[in-house]
Every structure is written in C-alpha cells, then in structure tokens.
Design a binder for this molecule. Structure first.
Ligand code: FES
Ligand code: FES
Length: 162
C-alpha cells in the first residue's frame, strides 16, 4: 500500500513519519516512534489505555487514524515525565498507590493531566466523571482518585507559594 508522509509535534519535537493511510495513531506512536508508553488494551475506544493528549484534548489513540494527526501537537506519557524527573501526577500515583499492574497507568495519567488543565480544583465527583473513560481492572479506582485529588491540592499549594 502506498505510504503517506505525516508531520506532527510529539512531546515537543517535530517529527516526520512515513506510514500507511490505514494505520491507527496508537500503532504509529508505538511501532514507528517507539513510544511504547501508550498502551493498547481494547482497540475499540472503551478502556482508555491508549489515551494521549492531542491539540489540548484527551484522545483515545486507537480510535484515530494517524493521518488525522497531521500537523497535530501530541503529548504522550513520555512527554509528561521521565524516570529521573517524574511529573507531579506520577509522584502522586506512586505515593497514593494509584497503580498495581500499571497497564492502565499511562492512559490514566495523560487523561488526568488534561482533566487538571481544564479544572485545577476538581471535586471527587468531577474526577470520577472526568476519568470515566479510563478503565482499571486492578485498583478499584479509589487510590487513582486520591492521587489525582492530591495532585490538584499540591498544584494549588505551589501556585499560592509562587
Ligand atoms: S486501546 Fe484505545 S480505548 Fe482501549
Ligand atoms: S493498575 Fe492494572 S489495570 Fe490499572
């Protein structure tokens, strides 16, 4: 099949990738760009494991053709934190035991990132509603919600002391 060339900004870097028009964004991120932090669970837009941030929106990358991301600004979990410099959400997930097997975690954290960008002072209900497109089969959600609320609290403390 003839390939198409796409340009996009991924984790702050401009990239140029050749791919087939039928390819899903999740596969291009993982296989062409080696950003394997974006996980694939259901591939039917139900589980949220493949959630990324695209043009300031949470997007399930298994339900988007890579071609639809032409010119887009994308952030994956690799763009939020590094092993030596965790994002505050990653620190809070660690501190509040917001993960067990970790399979859902990159999607949870990229979704929580956008949720907190949109609402920096969410209630527990806001968090539960905002995260309802992301499924976890291990944690029972309680600690994920706690970790996100703790992140919001720390963010507001940091703002006040700035
Ligand atoms: S793999 Fe994309 S929503 Fe499940
Ligand atoms: S921590 Fe295992 S699926 Fe969420």
């Amino acid at each position: 099949m003839e390939k198409i060339r796409l340009n996009m900004t991924v984790n702050g870097k401009e990239i140029d990738v050749l791919t087939e028009p039928r390819q899903l964004l999740a596969h291009v991120l993982r296989e062409e760009l080696k950003l394997t932090g974006t996980h694939i669970g259901c591939e039917t837009s139900h589980c949220g494991a493949c959630t990324i941030d695209m043009n300031e929106m949470s997007v399930k990358s298994c339900s988007v053709f890579a071609a639809q991301a032409q010119g887009a600004n994308i952030t994956t979990i690799e763009g939020l934190g590094t092993p030596d410099g965790l994002h505050l959400l990653q620190e809070m997930f660690k501190e509040h035991h917001g993960l067990q097997c970790g399979y859902c975690t990159p999607g949870m954290i990229t979704r929580a990132y956008r949720l907190l960008q949109e609402n920096s002072n969410p209630t527990e209900e806001d968090v539960r509603f905002g995260m309802s497109g992301n499924l976890c089969r291990c944690t029972g959600y309680q600690n994920i919600v706690k970790a996100i609320l703790a992140t919001a609290e720390k963010m507001s403390e940091m703002k006040e002391s700035a």
